[in-house]
Design a protein around this ligand. Sequence first.
Ligand code: NAP
Length: 259
Amino acid sequence: MDLGIAGRKAIVCAASKGLGKACAMSLGREGVELVINSRTAETLEATAEEIRQDSGAKVTAVASDITTKEGQAAVLKALPNPDILINNAGGPPPGNFRDWEREDWIKALDANMLTLIFLIKATIDGMIERKFGRVVNITSQAVLSPIEVLGLANDARSGLTGFLGGLSRNVAKHNVAINNLLPGPFDTDRFRTNVGLAAKRAGTTYEATLKVREDATSAGRVGYPYEFGEACAFLCGTHAGFIVGQNVLMDGGGFNASF
Ligand code: NAP
């Protein structure tokens, strides 16, 4: 299917690895011009080159911390008027809420709620003027089904989701579609680190913990990042303008609900 977005321009945040990278790869294959971001310049440039080799897409790499004002400004300077914004940032660390101080909560809100809102604020009016815009926010299955040790993510992402529920319905008439993609377990560095930590906490092996995670999905496996990237590209496509303010869960059927 031709998604009809060749020649469009996209910002993909936190994209040197994992799900952000997968989204950038898929958009590159659709002929989208990319500005990709993450903190570590070397890894980011390697990913930019991988995407160029893969699809021939024009890719600009901006190494910055997207959760800071300066980091956001650097990305927006490279592409002030994107047609597509993929909002993403590293997730907060797992832990016990008894150990978290105010600073920990504020940091999580900054990274997983306010950063995304400020990037939308900076780009949405241009999208409205041009009568085309697509925003995909990478959130988490935890929005629907909380993961206790990821309390810092549960709260920030739920706040973001509530805010965007309203905003998405306000801008849809301008052909600007804002949606959230909710990953369940996907085979990325972060996922592998979390499985390792969980195994350590439970005093068991990595393999045994991974098997539990796989069995918790109906698909009996974890997700491949490219599957996530392709779904993201579809939500950015010309044909997705009628999908508005949705929380699209990709968890291999792990969340048990008919609706
Ligand atoms: P990942 O494989 O660890 O990749 C994270 C990417 O984000 C890297 O490119 C990293 O590069 C970049 N990054 C991290 N913090 C950043 C910052 N402050 N500014 C700019 N770039 C930053 O993680 P992932 O699995 O793709 O996860 C992506 C998001 O999905 C996270 O928010 C995570 O919580 C969420 N999620 C993932 C899963 C899963 O199973 N994978 C499930 C639910 C939710 P640098 O370190 O060089 O900056």
